[in-house]
Write a protein that binds this ligand. Structure first.
Ligand code: AMP
Length: 860
């Protein structure tokens, strides 16, 4: 078919890759030269030739060369782990391998003769540019593509020419490709949609545009290529369509004539989004088909305003028969669900070296008079709709689709079970965002608990990236149904199981890193994440990066290009890049610690050092439904003067709080010094006539006003005592520290005066000094409302006179006119916000938050 097209348009451009291109004639001649060489190496019908190449012009020459020699190709994705490539080599025993020089040393040991397509292989051959005489028939193999297998190894699907020939003619008759059409090759050649992307244009005169390696997942790049090259035909999976529709400039992709969408269920809501953005009728098609039946077997052209939840998969293509059958292989009535069986010209010859599996999945066709006729048992549950279209309902086994990738969960489970520390495991796919399926592995270890990094490393040696679970959840036992099977529905969501950051990981060092960590944890659905963990090693992938960067933009106001993730794949590196950029210049005291959730937000005020990092664990334990914001001290940026009076801090923080929540009831809290500021904020809110839903103090002492001495008087007093008591005084009174603090204070003012940012390491120290002075000056008045006080258990036990409520509540009892609601929590002043004490604090706080909500709900 390709050679016939070469006759029709020898000088037309056949293929373009970046700045290089080949005409039909040139491509044909290169392919012929290779074919003659391969023939000399013994390649002929049904001989398998491995091809391991990055996307390039050579890839197309290689594929055509193999087919012209009469052989069948076996795509070997260079990104696959060595063990998987080694398995494919040994399963296929390919005598010849086409590759490129820089990949030779990255391949596992194999027996194949190597031809490097980027070296001058043409010189070694007879240089015959003529079409070789065709020796292939429609029943001979065209390729063997490997897909996930439940035994722990992938399985090779052997596809003959007939099915692909039928596929290409059907596409041509249905969609009528012309010489003006440009088809984008964006799918990896180890998945079968790439087959039509390559051969449909080449057999019917269109232009094949090859996306750069890695370009498939970069939506900005895709939009650029589509608009620059005026692409008319391309393919993608629904999860990719969802992200692409959010990409800036997508509305300019008006050149598109056919978008072949498939690989997983296509939600109608996404179709509506497509029409809203692109307004193109008869362009989006939902195509369905397993690898075993030569690409697409049914299709439906998407329409506007239907009542379906998911797009139907439509009707069979030419020369394909579809049956919907029950367990007894009888047809089910319209509307009833049954398993989909496929018959006709597209069926695979079977699975490579797997005769039992082939017999199990390719059954005799009970409806055909031909003895050799087979039906492929898809494992897909479907039903007929009243209008004759077929509706996809799900799977009858544990095969899943994650971002369009076909995965047998048992393959991952089998491999995980080979890890010496693992006793039992189950892997499932969960939806994190709409349309975003993630793999989660649940593990019961023997004794020693493997780390997530260790498990990822172990799996990466054997499985492609898309099969590595995003999260690993350690369980004591797997939940069972009453009849003893694993109860997959009762497996907890990964974020319900909270883990403290282990000592091996670096924790967030400042507010920016903290905020990035929160975003990463939310988007990746895993926790804990260390500052040096690599995004891609954590199971992050490019499509998800769009969510990640949308969240970063929402929370930090930073509009970063996705490509930054490749330069800076860790939180630490990303934070450094953000710090360098000028956009963060507009500094705010309000920090989104955990901004998601629909409940009224809780505002937590910084403790004496000025930052709000210490509230991270508390916010996490309060859950994703409870938004938590922190208020950090002005001056932490090293550029502004800190507030020196509690009243000024409080009114500044209130202004920032009210930009987010203009009206009460407000929920306020603070640890230690932060409690005092929260108290003052509550006072000011009362004066404004606003309601305070909750004022909670975590072990804060009421301020005891201390009369301030002027700087000179302070020095004089110190000097007097120093001369009276001698050198020991220096140490006793920490005079050295006092002097250092004074020096830091002067130095801060100096930096401010000259507009220089104050060094980060001294900022907290200076702010602490300023806050302590502010506390000494503060004279609290009696608060008319209620207060919730989080008291430390030990404090009560140690008290000799427990009746002394005044002391127990650290001086607040006389300062609160309303009820003083006291809760007892384990820990010390410094450890109540840390694991494990923080769990009790958060549990108590949750009850208080709920109580305050009901109170205000009742008040309307
Ligand atoms: P693959 O062999 O990778 O093409 O995967 C084939 C499987 O993907 C089918 O058996 C279905 O489970 C699923 N699938 C493919 N296309 C669709 C579609 N349009 N709608 C729903 N599921 C699909």
């Amino acid at each position: 078919m390709f050679e016939m097209q070469v006759e029709r348009s020898p000088q037309a451009i056949a293929v373009i890759f970046e700045n290089t291109q080949l005409t039909y004639e040139q491509l044909n001649q290169h392919a012929n030269q290779l074919a003659h060489m391969l023939r000399a190496l013994g390649v002929g019908p049904n001989i398998l030739v491995g091809i391991c190449l990055e996307r390039s012009l050579e890839m197309i020459v290689g594929l055509l060369g193999i087919l012209k020699a009469g052989g069948a190709y076996v795509p070997l994705d260079p990104a696959y782990p060595l063990e998987r490539l080694a398995f494919i080599f040994s399963d296929t025993q390919t005598p010849v391998l086409l590759t490129q020089e820089n990949l030779i040393n990255k391949l596992p040991p194999h027996e194949a003769q190597v031809v490097c397509l980027d070296s001058n292989w043409q010189n070694n051959t007879h240089n015959n540019k003529q079409n070789p005489i065709n020796q292939t028939t429609a029943d001979d193999l065209i390729y063997v593509i490997y897909t996930s297998g439940s035994t722990g190894h992938p399985k090779g699907v052997m596809i003959p020419h007939a099915g692909i020939c039928n596929q290409l003619y059907w596409k041509q008759e249905t969609f009528g490709l012309t010489q003006a059409d440009k088809v984008l090759l964006n799918i990896s050649f180890s998945f079968d949609p790439s087959v039509w992307q390559i051969f449909w244009p080449l057999c019917f005169g269109g232009q094949l545009i090859i996306a750069r390696p890695g370009g498939y997942q970069d939506t900005a790049y895709l939009v650029k290529v589509i608009t620059e090259h005026q692409i008319t035909i391309f393919a993608l999976v629904p999860s990719m369509l969802r992200v692409l529709l959010q990409q800036k400039g997508i509305e300019n992709c008006q050149s598109l004539r056919h978008i072949i969408c498939g690989g997983e269920a296509l939600p109608v809501e996404l179709i509506e989004r497509f029409f809203a953005k692109l307004n193109l009728d008869n362009v989006l098609h939902n195509c369905y088909g397993p690898t075993e039946a030569s690409i697409d077997t049914t299709f439906w052209t998407c329409q506007r305003g239907t009542n379906y939840a998911f797009a139907p998969i439509g009707r069979p293509i030419t020369n394909v028969q579809i049956y919907i059958l029950n367990e007894n292989l009888q047809s089910v009535p319209v509307g009833e669900s049954g398993e989909l069986y496929i018959g006709g010209i597209g069926l695979a010859r079977g699975y490579m070296n797997r005769p039992e599996l082939t017999t199990e999945k390719f059954i005799f066709d009970p409806f055909s008079s031909e003895v050799k006729a087979r039906l492929y048992k898809t494992g897909d549950l479907v039903r007929y709709l009243n209008d004759g279209n077929i509706q996809f309902l799900g799977r009858i086994d544990h095969q899943v689709k994650v971002r369009g990738f076909r995965i047998e969960l048992e393959e991952i489970e089998t491999i995980l079970n080979q890890h010496p520390a693992i006793h039992q495991t189950v892997v499932i796919a969960r939806e994190n965002f709409p349309g975003d399926q993630r793999l989660v592995a649940y593990l019961v270890p023997h004794q020693q608990i493997p780390t997530n990094d260790e498990l990822r490393r172990f799996l990466k040696q054997k499985l492609p990236d898309y099969m590595i679970p995003s999260s690993f959840v350690i369980l004591e036992f797997l939940p069972l149904t009453p009849n003893g099977k694993i109860d997959r529905d009762s497996l907890p969501a990964p974020n319900q199981i909270r883990q403290a950051i282990p000592a091996t990981k670096v924790a967030a060092q400042d507010d920016l890193e903290l905020r990035l960590t929160e975003i990463w944890e939310k988007v990746l659905g895993i926790q804990p994440i260390g500052m040096n963990d690599n995004y891609f090693d954590l199971g992050g992938y490019s499509l998800l990066a769009v969510h990640l960067f949308t969240e970063i933009e929402k929370t930090l106001g930073q509009n970063l290009p996705l490509s930054i993730l490749y330069q800076a794949p860790t939180i630490k590196q990303l934070a450094d890049i953000i710090r360098q950029s000028t956009i963060l210049a507009s500094w705010s005291s309000l920090v989104a610690i955990q901004p998601s959730g629909t409940k009224p937000p809780l505002f937590l005020i910084h403790a004496v050092f000025g930052d709000v990092l210490s509230y991270k664990d508390l916010a996490r334990h309060l859950g994703f439904e409870q938004p938590v914001y922190g208020l950090q001290a002005q001056g932490l940026d090293g550029k502004q003067a800190p507030y020196t009076r509690i009243e000024d801090m409080a009114s500044h923080y209130l202004k920032e709080v009210q930009t987010l929540q203009p009206n009460g009831p407000y929920l306020l809290g603070g640890h230690s010094f932060g409690g005092v500021v929260a108290f003052e904020m509550a006072q000011q809110l009362h004066k404004q006539g606003q309601k305070v839903g909750l004022l909670t103090l975590f072990h804060s002492s009421a301020p005891a006003h201390i009369k301030q001495l002027s700087f000179s008087k302070e020095i004089l007093t110190h000097l007097q005592t120093f001369f009276q008591t001698g050198l020991a005084y220096l140490h006793d009174k920490n005079l050295d520290k006092w002097l250092l603090n004074k020096f830091i204070g002067i130095s801060y003012k100096f930096h401010l005066f000259f507009g220089l940012p104050f060094p980060r390491i001294y900022r907290n120290r200076y702010i602490r000094e300023v806050n302590i002075q502010a506390l000494k000056k503060y004279v609290p008045s009696i608060y008319p409302g209620q207060m919730t006080f989080m008291q430390i258990e030990e404090q009560v036990e140690k008290m000799e006179t427990p009746s002394s409520k005044h002391i127990t509540q650290l001086g607040w009892a006389n300062l609160v006119a309303g009820e003083l609601d006291v809760h007892y929590i384990p820990g010390t002043h410094d450890s109540i916000l840390k694991e494990p004490n923080v769990q009790i604090l958060s549990a108590k706080l949750k009850t208080c938050l709920e109580k305050s909500l009901t109170k205000y709900d009742e008040m309307g």
